[in-house]
Design a binder for this molecule. Structure first.
Ligand SMILES: C[S@@+](CC[C@H](N)C(=O)[O-])C[C@H]1O[C@@H](n2cnc3c(N)ncnc32)[C@H](O)[C@@H]1O
Length: 301
């Protein structure tokens, strides 16, 4: 109950600032700037309300941020998320339409000696190339998260992490919903495109068989059916995480019963990985080719 009321409070701050236009003085560090941000200041699509510092640090923990990561914060406000990422050795870009906030953020990066790793630009988030981001953060209202969703699914590499403070992404179910101080953070792992018709040959029980697998996909959730000319085949335990796909194919071939665990990485229209039948010691190389049906991930058919 206490956690729920905290979450509601976090959501209320942003919604109240948007709807009622209530300005609240920001608790910013005691640094002299000609421009002083005020919580609730209007923005193009949403007002400025900052993510609380413990939530910022928690989001970066959940992202398992490393110095190899590149963070993009959409609507970066006073730059706190990208600056926090740069302090941990990562690089990042803050995208913000308020030029004063961008100036403030770049000044703070310079003051902290982080300008090489933290950059802020005046730009519309919907006109931003998200391909460089291995981590994307937002504190936007749900309809804006949903609006940016096709952009991030089309542009970000599979396996990249998306984190939001407080708000969801519509029908795209999060991979994790976590709490810090009663405030909610969502995590999504960008899925590869796994849908379509895949073919491969495999010899797990003494003779080569030809398989077809039809994969249906709704964001990171996959289901499918498999067929083989020489056996009855069924797919179970299908999982997609980033570019990693795994499933178990059970089949009856005459009186033989085979169960093969497939694990691989999707690279374009190929899957490369391993297959292991009936828990035997032999782990065989496995590759499959997509022959049809690669479509936009949000069409989901
Ligand atoms: C709720 S604040 C979040 C600030 C920051 N991300 C944080 O978590 O502390 C949203 C920010 O998005 C900015 N904004 C609104 N519409 C935008 C747009 N179309 N493109 C870029 N920034 C935008 C606002 O000016 C505001 O600073």
């Amino acid at each position: 109950m206490h956690e729920r009321s905290n979450w509601l409070a976090a959501a209320w701050v942003l919604i109240a600032a948007c709807v009622l236009g209530i300005p609240v003085r920001a608790q910013t560090p005691a640094v002299e700037y000609a421009f002083e941000p005020v919580i609730g200041m209007p923005g193009k699509d949403v007002v400025w309300v900052p993510t609380p510092p413990p939530v910022v640090e928690f989001m970066l923990d959940v992202a398992q941020l490393t110095p190899r990561d590149f963070v993009i914060d959409l609507g970066s406000g006073d730059g706190r998320i990208v600056l926090a990422a740069a302090k941990r050795g990562a690089r990042g870009l803050g995208v913000e339409l308020n030029a004063d906030m961008v100036q403030l953020s770049n000044d703070e990066a310079a003051r902290l000696g982080l300008s090489k790793r933290a950059e802020f630009v005046v730009k519309d988030m919907f006109q931003t190339d998200l391909a460089p981001a291995s981590v994307l953060t937002t504190y936007l209202l749900p309809h804006l998260n949903v609006k940016v969703r096709p952009q991030l699914l089309a542009q970000m590499k599979p396996g990249s992490r998306v984190l939001t403070y407080a708000f969801h992404m519509g029908e795209w179910q999060p991979d994790a919903v976590l709490q810090v101080n009663g405030l909610t953070v969502h995590l999504w792992i960008v899925p590869a495109r796994a849908m379509g018709l895949w073919r491969w040959d495999h010899d797990g029980i003494g003779f080569t068989r030809h398989y077809e697998m039809n994969v249906r996909q709704s964001f990171q959730l996959i289901t499918g059916s498999a067929s083989s000319k020489t056996s009855f085949a069924y797919l179970r335990d299908m999982k997609l995480e980033g570019d990693r796909i795994s499933f178990t194919l059970t089949e009856e071939a005459g009186s033989a019963l085979a169960q093969t665990r497939y694990e691989g990485r999707i690279e374009g229209d190929a899957i490369v990985g391993t297959a292991r039948t009936n828990n035997q010691d032999v782990v065989r190389r496995w590759s499959a080719t997509r022959v049809a049906g690669r479509t936009d991930i949000e069409q989901r058919k």
